[in-house]
Design a protein around this ligand. Structure first.
Ligand code: ATP
Length: 303
C-alpha cells in the first residue's frame, strides 16, 4: 500500500466575508508530484499556507507525515515550503542568507548550501546581495531555501513565477530528479495546467475554493485524447440536437460550420442523430484536444 504523506479532510477557510476554501478532501502519496491548478483567487495559496502552518485558523483537518494537524509542528522540519517570497536579508548575499537559515536550523553545512545553490542555478550569483538580485534569482533562492534541508514533502506556490523559460525547465528537471532519486513528494500550485503537465503525476483543479476535478496524469491524457470535430451545414441546429437529444453540453463552436465536442462516448450515435434531424455532415474527425481546451472546458462546466 502506498504511504500517505498528506490527507486533507474537509478543509475550509473563511476570510471575513470570503469563503476561500470549502470542503477540500484529497490524499497525496509518497513520491507524488501533485499539481494544484486554479485561476487567480481559486484558493491555492490559502491551501498551501494551511499545510505549511502559516494559517492556523481553518475548518476541517489534515494529516501530514503520519500525524494529525494538531501535531504537525513535530514533523514540520521534514517539509519545505515556498509560499510568497520568504524574508531574506537584503544586505546579505544568497550564500550568506542560506547559511544564516542553516545555522538557525542547527546545521551549518557549507557543502549543503553550495550544493543547493548549484542545483537551483545560483552558483554564479551566490555572492550577490539579496537586494541586488533579479526577481528570477530571488525566486530561485526561495526554491533553494525550500529544498535545502532534504525535505520529504515540499509545498511550492507558483514556483515558475518570475522565472524565464530556461529557469522553468531547469526547475522542473530538478523537481523530477529529487522526486526520482529521493522520492521527494511535491505539492505545486500553478494557474496554468500546461506548466505542470510534464512534471506532475496527479492534478487537482481548484476553482472558487472548491475542488472541481482530481485526476491522474493517465486520466488527463485520456481526457485530452477525445475531441470530435464536426463540419456541418447548421451548427446551431447541431448544438440543439447535442443538448436535447444526446445530453451533450461540452462542446465549442469553432465557426458557423464547425464545432468540437468534448467527452463524448459514441461517434456513430452522434452522427446518426444529426443525420436523422436532417443536418448535412461534411466531415467528422476524432482528434485530441489541447490541455488548455480541456482545462477551459472543466472551468466552463462550473459556470
Ligand atoms: P492567485 O493565483 O491569484 O495567487 P490563489 O488561488 O492563490 O490566487 P488565494 O490567494 O488563496 O487564491 O485567495 C483565495 C480567496 O481568498 C480570494 O478570493 C482572495 O481574495 C481571498 N483572500 C486571500 N487572502 C486573504 C486575506 N488575507 N484576507 C481576505 N481575503 C483573502
Amino acid at each position: 500500500m502506498r504511504d500517505v504523506v498528506l490527507r486533507a479532510n474537509g478543509i475550509g477557510k473563511n476570510y471575513r466575508k470570503t469563503r476561500a476554501l470549502n470542503d477540500i478532501n484529497f490524499t497525496v502519496y509518497r513520491g507524488d508530484i501533485c499539481g494544484i491548478i486554479g485561476r487567480n483567487g481559486a484558493g491555492k495559496t490559502t491551501m498551501l499556507k494551511i499545510f505549511s502552518g502559516l494559517i492556523t485558523n481553518y475548518d476541517g483537518s489534515y494529516e501530514m507525515l503520519g500525524v494529525k494537524d494538531t501535531e504537525a509542528e513535530r514533523v514540520r522540519f521534514r517539509t519545505g515550503s515556498m509560499i510568497d517570497t520568504p524574508s531574506f536579508f537584503a544586505e546579505l548575499t544568497a550564500y550568506e542568507n542560506l547559511m544564516y537559515f542553516c545555522i538557525q536550523k542547527g546545521v551549518a553545512d557549507e557543502l549543503k548550501v553550495d550544493y543547493i545553490l548549484r542545483v537551483t542555478g545560483l552558483a554564479e550569483d551566490k555572492n550577490k546581495k539579496f537586494k541586488a538580485m533579479s526577481m528570477g534569482m530571488k525566486q530561485r533562492l526561495a526554491i533553494a531555501f525550500a529544498l535545502m534541508d532534504e525535505p520529504e514533502l515540499v509545498f511550492l506556490d507558483e514556483p515558475s513565477n518570475a522565472l524565464d523559460p530556461m529557469g522553468i525547465s531547469s526547475m522542473r528537471e530538478l523537481f523530477r530528479q529529487l522526486n526520482s532519486e529521493f522520492e521527494t513528494t511535491f505539492v505545486i500550485s500553478n494557474h496554468i495546467l500546461t506548466e505542470l503537465y510534464s512534471v506532475a503525476n496527479r492534478f487537482i483543479i481548484l476553482d472558487k475554493g472548491k475542488i472541481i476535478k482530481q485526476l491522474t496524469k493517465t486520466e488527463l491524457k485520456e481526457q485530452c485524447k477525445r475531441g470530435l470535430y464536426i463540419r456541418c451545414d447548421d451548427v446551431k441546429k447541431t448544438t440543439l440536437v447535442l443538448e436535447n437529444e444526446l445530453g451533450l453540453y461540452d462542446y465549442k463552436i469553432a465557426d458557423e460550420n464547425r464545432l468540437i465536442i468534448y467527452r463524448f462516448s459514441d461517434t456513430s450515435e452522434i452522427v446518426k442523430n444529426l443525420v436523422y434531424k436532417n443536418i448535412r455532415i461534411y466531415g467528422v474527425q476524432e482528434t485530441g484536444i489541447s490541455l488548455e481546451d480541456y482545462y477551459k472546458s472543466v472551468l466552463e462546466e462550473q459556470g
